[in-house]
Write a protein that binds this ligand. Sequence first.
Ligand code: NAG
Ligand code: NAG
Length: 388
Amino acid sequence: MTTIIIPFTLFFFFLSISSTTTLASFNIMDYGAKADGHTDAAKPLLSAWAAACGSGKPASISIPAGSFFVSKALLQGPCKNNNIRILISGTLIAPSGYSATTQWLTLKYVQGVSVLGGTIDGRGQSYWACKTAGRSCPPGATSFAIDESKDVLISGLTSLNSELFHMVIYGSSGITVQGVKITAPENSPNTDGIHIQMSSGVTVTASTIKTGDDCVSMGEGSTNVWIERVSCGPGHGIRYIGSLGGTPDEAGVQNITVKSVVLTGTQNGVRIKTWGKPNSGFVKDVTFEHVTMQNVQNPMVVDQNYCPGNTNCPNQSSGIKISKVSYTDVQGSSATPVAVKFDCSPSNPCSDLGLQDIKLTYKNKPAESYCKNAKGSTSGFIVPPSCL
Ligand SMILES: *[C@@H]1O[C@H](CO)[C@@H](O)[C@H](O)[C@H]1NC(C)=O
Ligand SMILES: *[C@@H]1O[C@H](CO)[C@@H](O)[C@H](O)[C@H]1NC(C)=O
C-alpha cells in the first residue's frame, strides 16, 4: 500500500486554486430587478455591478430571461478583480422616447470583463423620426460604449435599433467582439454598427451587421484592428474616416486587416475617406482580403476630398498620407459603373496600393476604375483593368 503525502504547502496551493476558480455570482433579481419591461432595472444592475466589481475573486452577474427596462447604466471600474462575466439571457430595453443621455450602456475603466449573450434594444425609432423630420433633436445615444478599457469580450450579443451608433470602442485595447448581430432599418440615420477610435488590438469576427449607416467604421488612432467573417448590409459598408471633425492633428491608423467579409446591397464596400483639409495623420498597412461584393454601389473607394456642403474646405488638399493598402481577392458585383475609385490627395498621393485578383462586374460586364494621384502595383487578374 502506498501512502500519498501531500506537503502542506501544496495542499494550500490546491485550496487557493479552487477558491479562485469559483465565481462569486450576483443576480440582478436579488437586487430588486423586475422582468416587466418597465420597472427601471438600472439600480439593481448597478448594485450587482458594484458587488461583482468589488469582489476580490472572479465574479459573474446574471441577467435572466425576460425584458428589463434600463434607463441608463455606467458600469465603471477599476475593479478588484480582472474577471467579471455578465451573462445575459434576457433583453435590456432603453427609454422609448429619446433620452437626454449620449451613452446608454457603458463599460468604463474596466479590465477583463466579458459580456455573454443577450439582447439590447435601443428603441431609436422616435429619435430617428425627430431627425428625419429635420427638427432640432438632442444628440442621441450610443447603445453600448466601451471606454478606456482593456481585455473586454463581447460575445453573442444582439443589438437592435440604437438611436445613434450601436457600439463604440474608444481609448481601449484588447477588445474582442464575436458572434454579434446588429440590426437597424436601412433608412435609420447614423445607426452605425461598430465604431472604433483611439484603440488598439480590436477584433471583430463572425458577426452580422445590418444598419442605416456604416457597418464597421474606424476613426483616428485605430491600430491593430482585425475584422474577419463579418457580413454587412444594408448600410454604408466598412470604412476608415480620416479627420472626423476635420481637426488638423490626428493619430494615425495602422495595421488594419479586413478579411472574408461579405457586403450586400451597401452604399459602399471598403472605403477610406478623408477630409480635403490639411492634416498630419496617416493611414498605412491596410489589408482587404477575400471580400465579396453583392450589388454594392461603390465597392472600392479611396476618397480624399470629403468636404460636406463644400464649406471650409473647397479646393484644399488632404494632408492624410495613405500608403500600403492592399486589396486581394475582391470579387462580385457593383451597382454603379465605377467599381474602383482611388481619388487621392494632390499634395499627398496614395502610394503602394496593391491589387491582386480583383473581379468586379457591373450588369455582368466589367466595371470601370478611376485613379487620381494614386500609385501602386498589380498582380493576378484585375477586372476592371487597373488605372494605377
Ligand atoms: C497587426 O495587428 C494584429 C492584430 O490585428 C497583430 O496580431 C499583429 O501583431 C499586428 N502587427 C504588427 C506589426 O503590429
Ligand atoms: C475651387 O476651384 C474651382 C476650379 O478650379 C473654382 O471654380 C472655384 O471658384 C474654387 N472655389 C474656391 C472657394 O476657391
